[in-house]
Design a protein around this ligand. Structure first.
Ligand SMILES: [Zn+2]
Length: 53
């Protein structure tokens, strides 16, 4: 069974498998980790995502 990454903010499971290299991932932020599509969009709009972690 495949393991997938949870979102670093809301813990919702993404469809990114844990073995996927970071450069191939969508919605991945260095220093923050894997985000879901929803959180990534929120963060992309308000650049203060580091304050949320
Ligand atoms: Zn999320």
């Amino acid at each position: 069974m495949k393991q997938v990454e949870p979102c670093a903010l809301c813990q919702e499971l993404t469809d990114i498998e844990k073995e996927t290299p970071s450069y191939m991932r969508e919605h991945f932020i260095d220093g923050a980790g894997q985000l879901c599509e929803h959180c990534y969009e929120d963060i992309a709009q308000n650049k203060e995502w580091h304050n949320l972690l």
